[in-house]
Design a protein around this ligand. Structure first.
Ligand code: DX5
Ligand code: ZN
Length: 223
């Protein structure tokens, strides 16, 4: 089984046919749904909430749902998303007063906690929580919008975090989010990422299956 996960961001899906379009991406070979929650407060955009997450579960989406909270505060939303069917719940540590408490809350609600680092957020945030998270999500764009270009400093950050994860000996996924295409997924994997969020590159393509297949071919060449 591939160690890599491809997670389409449904921010770029057809909102008028969300269940159908999400199912199409999964049928095309995606592993996980990336669910971008924007509150027009922490980020300058507004997307969707836990009712939409539940609607996808009710529609029949069974793959893991990777909820990315771009909200402040964070804690009030955690249990709603857990009840709605989220698998992972990730948040931005500077968006909550007590990141350690938010991690614990996610765990207590039965989900897998993730911590998200923006392009300008230092890796130091990981120091005292690395043993408590199941995922580290590196933003390769500033959060708030799909369709942006990947910021090149992401590669060094991924390399550094990969070393930290390996040294920790923990099972932690290293996810990257923003501007990912079949052209850069291979080099991101080489840098150490194992989980890839991709919105526009998948949903704006004519053939989701062909796009995901190209991504997998790039990943297959990594040693
Ligand atoms: C940005 C979101 C991303 C974004 C990815 O705030 O967290 O998940 O939708 O979309 P693309 O792949 O279009 O950059
Ligand atoms: Zn995201």
């Amino acid at each position: 089984m591939s160690p890599y996960i491809i997670a389409p961001s449904i921010l770029a899906a057809d909102f008028a046919r969300l269940g159908e379009d999400t199912a199409r991406a999964i049928d095309a070979g995606a592993d996980m749904v990336h669910f971008d929650v924007m509150d027009h407060h922490y980020v300058p955009n507004l997307s969707f909430g836990s009712m939409v997450c539940k609607a996808l579960r009710d529609y029949g989406i069974t793959v893991p749902i990777d909820t990315h909270l771009m909200t402040t505060p964070v804690d009030d939303l955690i249990c709603n998303f857990a009840k709605a069917g989220s698998t992972y719940i990730s948040f931005h540590p500077e968006a909550t007063h007590h990141p350690d408490r938010s991690i614990q809350l996610i765990r207590d609600c039965g989900c897998k906690p993730g911590i998200v680092l923006n392009p300008a957020t230092p890796i130091d945030w990981l120091s005292y929580i690395i043993d408590k998270v199941d995922m580290i999500l590196v933003m390769s764009v500033n959060p708030g919008f799909g369709g942006q270009s990947l910021i090149p400093s992401t590669y060094d950050k991924i390399r550094e975090i990969r070393q930290i994860i390996d040294k920790s000996g923990q099972q932690i996924r290293l996810e990257v989010d923003g501007g990912i295409t079949e052209h850069n997924i291979g080099s991101l994997a080489e840098a150490g990422a194992d989980t890839f969020v991709s919105g526009s590159a998948i949903f704006n393509s004519d053939d989701y299956s062909a796009t995901i297949k190209k991504m997998r071919q790039e990943l297959a060449d990594i040693k």
